[in-house]
Ligand binder design. Structure first.
Ligand code: HEM
Length: 429
């Protein structure tokens, strides 16, 4: 089994290895050799090596459930072509069109939460992010129906399991849930095509999107690609938003600045992308949340060709990967890395091309959305939804954490507080 438990569950594993052996060392994971790399220069090396000497690798259960026709499982030239096609639904103009729906769903959820007063936020945010994604991606224009949510949760629960296809196993249940989800997506595609108007949501823009040679995605592939978009964006956004709420409640001085900024820049009325872009303190608080608790801790790769790193040879066939959480917690890159300090991004932005903190992925040191040819396709979608959520929360709510709860972090599959974040929400005075 190698050191799988350490690799997956010990948040200090990478740092401990680096301290003992330096930025390149060797381990074993599920009977495979693995090169453990760390440091910004090695992150950049792997980003540059995508499709040249490394490719994505997934456990068998994930591969079977995602299917071969998805961005996450496609490689080489096909992957690059599909990215160009799918990116048509994530351009700035497309995002402007998604904002009213995001705003409506987030506002409605916040009003419901305020009525309840005290509640566990993690499951609520999980339902909200799925609700928004399903509306934009599956054409579910009313609030998402419960059966769809259940199927998606069952599907997600089987993604990282033993791939035994039996009625009682998580994998077997996930396979059947996948069949129903794909059928639902096919029905949504057919309904949209039948209506004669594709529409401006993700589904509509992808129906209209064309490949370099002018061809559209086939119905089967489109459904699988939509499913991977739902999967890639769901747990990640839920983790980011939950941890943002936790950190705001734990750092009232930061939340007060976020609230003051929202009162100044976007106090009422429909949100605009332009106004959200002017929320500098809010953006820094979100960026710092993703630094401290990156929803994706690391990304695994398989070496397709032997390559050299810092004088070592990594043979073809080995596993490797870049390590987001370890990079973000590296004291040589971030002073007092365990401290929540959004202001560190003020300095960061000055040295950053175009003042955009996410450009630092290119320097290999701030990479919540990964980097290189597989950098998160939904990055701008996620950043928009997070900013909209933060602004609407700040407009309406004061936050207090219920006492006595377990706020230690569960790490797998995404970081979030064990208690589910039991929070008291009250209207801001
Ligand atoms: C890939 C993070 C939200 C779609 C990635 C990767 C990271 C990441 C680190 C790279 C994985 C790798 O190198 O193997 C995040 C975070 C999010 C988020 C932190 C939220 C805070 C989203 C959303 C969507 C999305 C909302 C879709 C709407 C994707 C897709 C890929 C990806 C399709 C695969 C790209 C490829 O293989 O070319 N994401 N993501 N993500 N993400 Fe996100």
């Amino acid at each position: 089994m190698g050191e799988w438990f350490q690799i997956l569950f010990n948040p200090r594993f990478g740092a401990e290895r680096k301290a003992e052996f330096g930025p390149v060392s060797r381990t074993r994971l599920f009977n495979r050799d693995m090169a453990l790399l760390s440091g910004p220069e090695n992150n950049l090396l792997l980003f540059r090596g995508e499709h040249k000497f490394v490719e994505a690798t997934w456990p068998a259960s994930t591969l079977k459930l995602l299917g071969p026709n998805t961005l996450s499982t496609q490689e080489g030239e096909l992957h690059l072509r599909r990215r160009r096609l799918l990116a048509q639904a994530f351009r700035p103009k497309a995002l402007v069109g998604y904002l009213p729906l995001m705003e409506a769903r987030i506002s409605a959820a916040i009003e419901r939460w305020l009525q309840r007063g005290e509640l566990a936020l993690y499951p609520e945010i999980r339902a909200l992010t799925f609700d928004i994604a399903a509306a934009l991606m599956m054409g579910a224009h009313e609030r998402t129906d419960a059966a769809l949510v259940r199927d998606f949760e069952t599907f997600a629960a089987g993604l990282f399991t033993i791939p035994a296809d039996l009625p009682v196993t998580a994998f077997g249940r996930a396979k059947r849930a996948r069949r129903r989800l794909i059928a639902h997506l096919h029905a949504a595609i057919d309904a949209r095509l039948g209506s004669g108007e594709t529409g401006q949501d993700v589904l509509g823009l992808l129906l209209a999107a064309r490949d370099d040679d002018g061809s559209a995605l086939g119905r089967e592939e489109l459904a699988e690609q939509m499913l991977v978009l739902l999967f890639a964006g769901h747990e990640t956004l839920t983790s980011g938003l939950t941890n943002f709420c936790m950190l705001m409640a734990q750092h009232p001085e930061v939340y007060a600045r976020v609230c003051a900024e929202v009162d100044r820049v976007a106090p009422r009325g429909p949100l605009t992308v332009e106004a959200l872009g002017r929320l500098a303190d809010t953006e820094r608080a979100l960026a710092e949340t993703l630094r401290l608790q990156p929803p994706v801790a690391a990304a695994f790769r398989k070496c397709t060709r032997t390559f050299e790193v810092a004088g070592f040879t990594v043979p073809a066939g080995w596993l490797t990967g870049y390590r987001i959480r370890d990079t973000h917690r590296d004291g040589a890159l971030f002073a007092e890395p365990g401290r929540f300090d959004p202001d560190r991004f003020a300095v960061f932005e000055e040295t950053c091309p175009h003042g955009r903190v996410h450009a630092h992925a290119h320097e290999g040191r701030y990479l919540p959305f990964g980097g290189g040819a597989r950098i998160c396709l939904g990055m701008e979608f996620a950043r928009l939804e997070m900013r909209a959520f933060a602004a609407l929360l700040a407009r309406r709510c004061a936050l207090t954490l219920a006492p006595g709860q377990d706020l230690t972090m569960k790490q797998v599959p995404v970081p979030r507080p064990r208690s589910g974040l039991v929070t008291r929400l009250s209207p801001r005075a």
